[in-house]
Every structure is written in C-alpha cells, then in structure tokens.
Design a protein around this ligand. Sequence first.
Ligand SMILES: Nc1ncnc2c1ncn2[C@@H]1O[C@H](COP(=O)(O)OP(=O)(O)O)[C@@H](O)[C@H]1O
Ligand code: SF4
Ligand SMILES: [Mg+2]
Length: 380
Amino acid sequence: MADYVENDSVLEPTEVSEPTEVSEPVVEYDDAAIEAEYRARKKAQAEYDFAQPYDPEALLEVRHLRKAFPIKKSLFGKVQQELIAVDDVSFKLYPGETLGIVGESGCGKTTMGRTILKLHPSNGGQIIFNGQDITNVKSSKMRELRRQMQIIFQDPYSSLPPRSTVGGILSEPVEVHKIVPAGERKDYVLDLMDKCGLRDYYYERYPHEFSGGQRQRICIARALSVNPKLVICDEPVSALDVSIQAQIINLLKDLQRNMGLTYLFISHDLSVVKYISDKIGVMYLGAMVEFGKKDDIFENPLHPYTRALFSAIPNPNPDIKMNRMVLTGDIPSPANPPKGCRFHTRCPYAKEICKHIPPEYKEYGDGHFAACHLLEEQEG
Ligand SMILES: Nc1ncnc2c1ncn2[C@@H]1O[C@H](COP(=O)(O)OP(=O)(O)O)[C@@H](O)[C@H]1O
Ligand code: SF4
Ligand SMILES: [Mg+2]
C-alpha cells in the first residue's frame, strides 16, 4: 500500500444546509410511552445478547457498552443528572485489524476507549477481551490485562515523565512485566527503539530534549514494550505538526504489520482514518450511528451524518463534482440529547417521526450497520 500522505480533511462543524420541506400526515406521538417501550425493548435485546456465546475469533467484543458521568448530585450524594457519554455501543474487533472511530469532538470517542481499557468503570454492557469477560474483573487481575491492552494518547508532551531518561522510561514496563530477563533488557529496549525510529544515543536523553514527533515515537515504543495485543490510539497525531503526522501514521502501520497488532484508532481526521482503518465506526452523541468495512463506509455511507462528514473531505480531482452536504446547528449536549433520532436537530432529511422515535441500529449489508428511519423505510 502507498504511504500515507496527509491532507486537510479534518472534521469541523460547518454552516448552511439545504432544508428539505416534506409535507407529512399529522400523527400524534406519545413520547413517554415511546420512551418506555424503547427502553424495555433495548433491555430485552441486551439481555438476549449477553446470554449469547462470545465470538471465538474476535480479540475484542463490546456489547451494549454504557458510560454515564454524574453531573449533578443532591446534598446526600444522589445522582440527579447524568451525562451519557457512551450509549449502548456494540462492535467486534478481530486480530490484526484496525477499527477507526470517527465523530466530532465530544461524541464519546475517548470515553469509549478509556472505558474499554477499564480506566473508567462502565455503567452497563459487556467487554470481552481475548475470550474473557473483563467487565467486572478484579483489580488484582488487571495487571496482566493492562499489559495486553495499551493506549497511546494525543499529547506526547504531558504523557512522558520529565525526570526519566528514554532508556528508563522504556525499561520500566519491561522490568515490571518481566518481558525479558534482566541481562537482556537493555538490548531489548535498544531494538525496540530502532523499530520505532529512535537512535541508540536517545537512550540516555530526557523527553524534553525532543520534538513532538520524537516524543510520540517514545510513547509508541513504551506502549509496545510489553508486547500488547490491542493498542488504543487516541488521536495519536492530532497534537503534532502536520509535516510529521504522516511519519507517525506510517510508523504505526509498519509496526502493526511487523508485530501483528490490533488497533482501535480514534481520530477526527477522516483522511488518517481512511488510510489506516479496515473498519470504521461513526459516533454521534455517544452512540454508534454507522459501522462497517472501510470501503463500504466511504463508498456507500448510509447514515446522513456519515454522508455529511464525508462530503466535507476535499476531492483532489477537480473533474469530480462534489455533492456537498453541510451540517447546520450546534452539537446538542449529551447531558440532554434530543428525543427520537439524536441527529434530528441537524439532519436535513429529518421528518416528524425522527423527532419522536429512535431508529433501530440494524444491519443493511454484510457487516454494515446503521440507525436511520430513511433506511428502514427503503427496506419496506
Ligand atoms: N470525567 C468526565 N466527567 C464528566 N463528563 C465528561 C468526563 N469526560 C468526558 N465527559 C463528557 O463526555 C462527553 C464525551 O467526551 P469525550 O469522550 O472526551 O469525547 P471525544 O473524545 O469524542 O471528543 C463530552 O460531553 C465530555 O464533556
Ligand atoms: S432517522 Fe431521521 S433525523 Fe435521524 S438520520 Fe435518519 S433521517 Fe436524519
Ligand atoms: Mg477525545
């Protein structure tokens, strides 16, 4: 595959859209009854899914994951209002794959990644890693899991201890997890540094002596030093100069190939996600609104939100006329998401039903899922 070359298709909230005027028959909706029926159906579906056997092929299986942050408590500590940052998210990730997670800022990408790693406790759902349900695993069992599941953060400036040398930073996890015998540790670390494009003499240097790109290489080396199976990359190039983003992306891709890694790759930069991913999940206000193979998602996006995101990507070929679809309005607060389809306040196709009834998240092609009433109607 050709190396990644960066471009500027970063998600930005955009303006002005073509409103669609649709005359519809007047229907009375009982929102409270709809909500109660929807919750009951979701609960029954989740209970059914939790009882199903795990997919033996999947490295990571997430079922109906939920993460809520309390944002208002009474004097006695009772939660009065919560913000649902991750709402009923399900997907599978197979060994060696990269799943790209896209969506505007605040849609829950980071919270989902951290909840999977159990850096946040979940409030519902199942996390199955390598054939084991780790949702409620005891902290004493977390040490080995932490080794197998690593994370690379967005900001390589704050994520490295300033007073340790690069050699010290990389040797510590190798020692803690007894990856190699003590006598082989330095050679192991130097070899890893070489794989990550870090010169030998960096071993004695400190993080502050390096640029952002070099520091991110150190963070990558640290994550890989313990031979993880899954690496969650949370916007790993967003804080870097555009000129070095491509180098880091290509490094991650090479390391994946050579070390058989599986990535959950979070980014708001569609060109990066398009380059690195095998599958893509699109999140909006905490929910997965579309999921599928990369080519299906880019060539045949089903959800209006995905279509709006992708139509913002500049096409380098001037002969191709862009059918630009633009999003209006602010992103609603996840503390108070819209009823019905949570995208209806910004969707140019929204109809009355969308304001009241949440669309089903359903499979519309081989592994291609989406949640939209238009798709349900087309299916008949
Ligand atoms: N610790 C927290 N407490 C309360 N709200 C939080 C916390 N962390 C994240 N949130 C909220 O959860 C939502 C999702 O945030 P985040 O996962 O960081 O989104 P993304 O990574 O997609 O930008 C946002 O509304 C954010 O304000
Ligand atoms: S369900 Fe309605 S509001 Fe939601 S994406 Fe589909 S058309 Fe738009
Ligand atoms: Mg984030």
